[in-house]
Design a binder for this molecule. Structure first.
Ligand SMILES: [Zn+2]
Length: 335
């Protein structure tokens, strides 16, 4: 995002040493720089403490983060966006025009477990994600899905079957740990999920303790006696580890994703016994509601179904344009 003489980058793929400020919304890989090489100079970085810690874990070097930044041309502050623990939107003010620009990163406006949902912010320009920007993706409530899933997991554990809960290591897996951890004391995580658990505990999130399965799970003596719960990556049916565990222990595999909206297809693809529609992103109707409540003059859609979503917003009378991924970081698109 270019101002007269200064440059602000939003979730850039590359840390440009010449930028005046960089904003990072959260620690998912598609919102972090691609390279693990530390740049010669790191501009001021606005992000949350959680994002900075995950950045360090994933990129291999640490960054000094700050919660706001301003110069003569713009100011930037953050607000919670409900996508992953301590993820944020950017609220930018163009100090010359006094226009307010909100960049959402990825958002969820539903209150979920320990996360407060994103509250829309009135703005002149809204840059909003469009992951589920297609009218077919309207989801049931988080709490309803969790309750149904808890019943399923309880039943399987009562039958003596171990259960694997599949979700992305960052975001979904902490929600699954928080929501299901009390159902079984014999808990394991894949290595990447276990690492994220330690980071989130350090940040102050209360999670159930799990054992890293790399070192512990296959101690058959402990696993054969009683059922167990495994927090595992969101992998498909070809995953050899899961297949072996299923064969050996009659493991039940449960997937959690927005894609589970198409339940049977999703279950086949994931090799899952059961699936629940839980997404870290707002569904279509919620995205529409967020745009309406933000009352923007201009809307830019980015990520996922950005094109379809922009077309639908145009029909609703919004001045909406889809952005190519990465464009938000490159172009002076709002001047
Ligand atoms: Zn994300």
């Amino acid at each position: 995002m270019n101002f007269k003489t200064s440059k602000l980058l939003l979730d850039p793929k590359k840390i440009d040493p010449e930028a005046d400020c960089i904003f990072i919304s959260h620690g998912h890989t598609d919102h972090l720089p691609t390279s693990r090489k530390k740049p010669p100079r790191i501009p001021p970085i606005v992000c949350s403490e959680a994002t900075a810690k995950i950045f360090e874990e994933r990129k291999g070097y640490s960054i000094n983060h700050q919660s706001s930044f301003s110069n003569d041309e713009f100011s930037i502050v953050t607000a919670p966006n409900g996508h992953t623990y301590d993820s944020t939107v950017a609220v930018i003010t163009d100090l010359e025009t006094q226009k307010r620009i909100v960049y959402t990163g990825d958002i969820n406006n539903e209150n979920r477990a320990y996360m407060k949902g994103f509250t829309p912010i009135k703005c002149d320009i809204l840059i909003i994600e469009g992951t589920w920007g297609d009218k077919n993706y309207t989801f049931p409530s988080f709490n309803d899905q969790i309750n149904l899933a808890r019943n399923y997991v309880k039943n399987e554990l009562a039958k003596g079957n171990p259960v694997a809960l599949l979700g992305y290591p960052l975001g979904k897996s902490q929600l699954l740990n928080f929501s299901f951890g009390d159902l079984c004391e014999n808990r394991f995580s894949s290595n990447s999920i276990w690492k994220m658990e330690q980071i989130h505990k350090d940040l102050g999130l209360e999670l159930f303790e799990t054992k890293n399965m790399n070192s512990a799970l296959l101690e058959k003596t402990s696993t054969k006696k009683e059922p167990w719960l495994l927090f595992y990556n969101h992998v498909g049916r070809r995953d050899v580890t899961l297949r072996n565990l299923k064969e050996q222990y009659n493991l039940k595999i449960v997937g959690f994703s927005g894609w589970a909206k198409n339940k049977e297809g999703y279950k086949i693809q994931m090799g899952a016994d059961e699936a629940f529609t839980i997404s870290d992103h707002s569904d279509y109707q919620s995205l529409l509601n967020i745009v309406k409540a933000s009352k923007p003059e201009r809307v830019y859609t980015v990520f996922g179904n950005a094109k379809q979503f922009a077309r639908d917003l145009q029909k609703d009378g919004f001045n909406a344009t889809p952005l190519e991924e990465g464009q938000a970081t490159l172009e002076s698109f709002f001047n």
